[in-house]
Ligand binder design. Structure first.
Ligand SMILES: CC(C)(COP(=O)(O)OP(=O)(O)OC[C@H]1O[C@@H](n2cnc3c(N)ncnc32)[C@H](O)[C@@H]1OP(=O)(O)O)[C@@H](O)C(=O)NCCC(=O)NCCS
Length: 351
């Protein structure tokens, strides 16, 4: 997937194996990083730990070092590529370390060099031996990796990188954006919302009960998590891909059944409510129930999965940013007077 995002071509099997081997070679976490992660208070949100760990690795940035030595601007892409490869190689181990330290008594599982990037990540989490979980991780990491550049995490990475900040600074910042509840954190919010529903109205709620719960959410001035999208105007294909996985592997899972019933009733309600431009589910409406099924029940961790995956897309774009010599970003600002005049002209047009 990274090869595809970077080059636009589907890699051969041999090229996939070569990248897997390259990442395996670069994957070891330095001792200073482990010491640093162990010093973070264990009740710190996993996304904060993740962002901090990426930032701490910045001291090893090859881009920053070469820039200090005075590299030519036509060469920027090359050390950016090296930094990106080093980061991507380490992200699964960093994420697994945070998971095991936070939730599994700081007992860690060594990497399995025979496994691919996604399969090894699933292995190091140590939640189950079911091979379907490795497949889920592969699916998950593919589905969440890319998006056009306008979403918060991709745009943040591009924006910070436009100041010639290196890949560590740029990705850490992108992860802080991903940690917002309207963006990546929505996957944890969905599960929290569904759990609260099941606690309140029972493990097997009817469609009528779910409808009432959705209306209660909206009437309390809250969003229905996992629904709506800034760009899409239909059911997110990534939701469908996860639904197909669930229908194959866990059709009788009680949370999956609730997710399916919400899917049946929520779009109509959101249309009646009349605010959301897109009443259909997005990627986050489904992922939590799959993770929970295989034993990842600590939903505060869910956005870290999203982050490991999203890094593939935003970092591929960052290499291209430097390759294309894109300039520093500088959005135009307007004055309060300009805003007042703009609103007045809009109102005059309506009248
Ligand atoms: C994704 C999201 C942030 C897009 O925001 P957006 O581009 O501003 O969406 P819209 O243009 O459709 O928003 C118009 C209005 O509908 C509301 N709306 C959008 N989605 C809604 C939802 N799922 N539940 C309730 N209200 C919603 C917005 O809050 C906004 O209300 P406002 O005018 O009072 O501010 C938004 O749909 C949302 O908050 N969804 C829930 C969180 C979520 O699932 N995020 C993950 C996205 S992948």
């Amino acid at each position: 997937m990274f090869y595809l995002l970077l080059t636009g071509d589907i890699p051969t099997y041999e090229e996939c194996v070569a990248i897997t081997e390259e990442w395996r070679r670069r994957s070891e976490l330095p001792k200073y990083l482990i010491d640093f992660m162990n010093a973070i208070p264990v009740d710190t949100h996993p996304m904060t730990q993740f962002s901090l760990a990426i930032l701490q690795l910045q001291k090893d940035s090859i881009f920053a070092e070469r820039y200090r030595k005075g590299m030519h601007k036509l060469d920027y892409w090359d050390p950016m590529y090296e930094d990106v490869m080093n980061i991507l190689a380490k992200l699964p181990a960093i994420a697994a370390y945070i998971y095991r330290r936070t939730y599994k008594g700081n007992v860690h599982i060594p990497a399995d060099p025979k496994l691919d990037w996604g399969g090894n990540f699933a292995h190091m989490l140590g939640v189950t031996d079911d091979p379907a979980f490795k497949d889920l991780m592969r699916l998950y990491l593919v589905l969440h990796c890319d998006h056009e550049g306008g979403n918060v995490s991709a745009h943040t990475c591009h924006l910070v990188g436009s100041a010639l900040s290196d890949a560590y600074y740029s990705l850490s910042a992108a992860m802080n954006g991903l940690a917002g509840p309207l963006h990546g954190l929505a996957n944890q919010e969905v599960l929290r919302w569904i759990m609260e529903m099941m606690e309140k109205i029972g493990q097997d709620p009817t469609k009528e009960q779910i409808s009432q719960y959705i209306w209660d959410t909206l009437n309390a001035g809250k969003v229905v998590p996992g629904y709506g999208h800034a760009v899409l105007r239909k059911t997110d294909p990534r939701f469908i891909a996860q639904r197909e996985f669930a229908l194959k592997h866990l059709p009788d899972d009680p949370i999956f059944k609730v997710v399916s019933k919400v899917f049946e009733v929520a779009p109509d309600i959101l249309m009646k409510h009349g605010k959301a431009k897109n009443p259909w589910p997005n990627v986050d409406a489904h992922s939590g129930c799959l993770l929970w099924h295989y034993g990842v029940t600590e939903y505060d961790f869910y956005t870290v999965f999203f982050g490991v995956s999203r890094a593939l897309g935003v970092l591929a774009q960052l290499i291209w940013d430097r390759g294309l010599g894109l300039p520093i970003e500088r959005p135009k600002s307007v004055t309060t007077e300009w805003i007042e005049q703009f609103i007045a002209s809009q109102q005059a047009n309506k009248a």
